[in-house]
Write a protein that binds this ligand. Structure first.
Ligand SMILES: Cc1ncc(COP(=O)(O)O)c(C=O)c1O
Length: 370
């Protein structure tokens, strides 16, 4: 074979993209760091796991059903979500995690040469997906750790197709309220699709948190993302969803992949809709963990940010990458934020009480050593 020149076949924007490398599995990390147990506080998972009704579905599942394809577009789950939020089932599209839904909207609205607008320090997948699709990410600096409305509006131009607002923002936990989002949509005035990524919405207890589904009627350019990975404790099954005005959803449906959500995820998610006891228990756990982490930060003299979500960030007096490594050696994994444009910061998920205690103990020792 002489004619194979890989580079000739790979678009420049794919060649230029540096692939994301996920962390190795726990068994590999345990061996690498010589530890008996690893507490993962790096992925914002729910330590309470899924709601009781989901557990029952999983426990009762007949393994022979693994041979069957799932229903192709989540017929029943879409209806359950639509009923919960006063939507039509055609407005709801499911994906293999909200991550896949990000890919659907980029494919639906962007072509090479277009751009997306988002913040410089937010969930990185918007930027990554745009970059390796030949779509320029325009990254607007956060202001006071939150999305900056005026600067975002200035960044929109004639080639802007999508604007991603992470609300609440991962990793800072900052958020826009209903009035602010409504004002912003008025100002955008339909020039691009505005995606409100509400992966952590179920953690918001403030009544002023946006009712984005209601805003969609007046603003058909608004797309809302949700996930079953965070509040609902189904991250391992990979299921997320979006809702949009009917004509917008019909467009995204063209680029969505039927059958990409597995059978078990569909059934478990349907059982989760909309378990308010689970929400209350998770919020109570998160509230207590946030208070304890706040007290630790106070004792150690560290700045902490994070108003909403099952995570917070701590500002360290030494390099986050060094602290990360030393915490790993003590069996605790948090997220070092240098590669997410937050040098000196560590993001910590609110895990189990045991994991949070392990983190607190390890951090005190590591900072004392440093
Ligand atoms: C803001 C935000 N959006 C989307 C996702 C992706 O979620 P999923 O697990 O549904 O792909 C995450 C996951 O961490 C997130 O933090």
């Amino acid at each position: 074979m002489n004619g194979f020149a890989l580079d000739r076949l790979v678009p420049a924007h794919v060649r230029a993209f540096e692939a994301y490398v996920p962390s190795p599995p726990d068994d590999v990390l345990r061996r690498r760091f010589g530890i008996a147990h690893l507490h993962r506080l790096n992925n914002n998972e729910n330590p309470l796991g899924p709601p009781a009704a989901c557990r029952e579905i999983l426990a009762r599942w007949d393994p022979r059903d693994a041979a069957l394809y799932p229903q192709g577009d989540g017929w029943h789950l879409r209806r359950a979500l639509a009923a919960r939020f006063g939507l039509d089932a055609e407005q709801v599209i499911l994906g293999n995690g909200a991550n896949e839904v990000i890919a659907f909207v980029i494919k639906a609205f962007c072509e090479p040469g277009d751009n997306i607008v988002t913040a410089d320090r937010t969930f990185a997948v918007y930027e990554w997906l745009a970059s390796f699709s030949g779509v320029a990410p325009r990254l607007v600096p956060l202001r006071d750790d939150g999305f900056d409305d005026a600067a975002l509006l200035r960044a929109i131009d004639a080639r802007t197709r999508l604007l991603f607002l992470c609300n609440p923002n991962n990793p800072t936990g900052s958020w826009w309220d209903h009035a602010r989002l409504a004002r912003f949509l008025d100002a955008v005035d339909g020039r691009c699709i505005v995606v409100a990524d509400e992966a952590y919405a179920e953690f918001a207890e403030d009544p002023d948190f946006p009712d984005s589904f209601a805003l969609m009627a007046r603003h058909p350019n608004l797309v809302v993302f949700r996930t079953f990975s965070k509040m609902w404790g189904l991250a391992g099954l990979r299921i997320g969803w979006m809702a949009a005005a009917p004509e917008v959803a019909a467009t995204v449906r063209k680029t969505s992949i039927s059958y990409s959500v597995n059978l078990l995820a569909l059934e478990a998610a349907r059982a989760a809709v909309w378990d308010v006891e689970h929400i209350a228990a998770t919020r109570a756990h998160v509230g207590a963990a946030r208070a304890r982490l706040g007290a630790l930060a106070g004792r150690l003299g560290l700045k902490m940010v994070g108003a909403i979500g099952n995570f917070a960030m701590l500002h360290l007096p030494v390099a986050d990458t060094v602290v990360h490594r030393r915490l790993m050696a003590r069996g605790v994994m948090a997220r070092a934020m240098t590669s997410f444009r937050y040098p000196g910061w560590l993001r910590v998920s609110f895990g189990s009480d045991e994991a949070m205690e392990a983190f607190a103990g390890a951090l005190e020792v590591v900072l004392a050593e440093a």
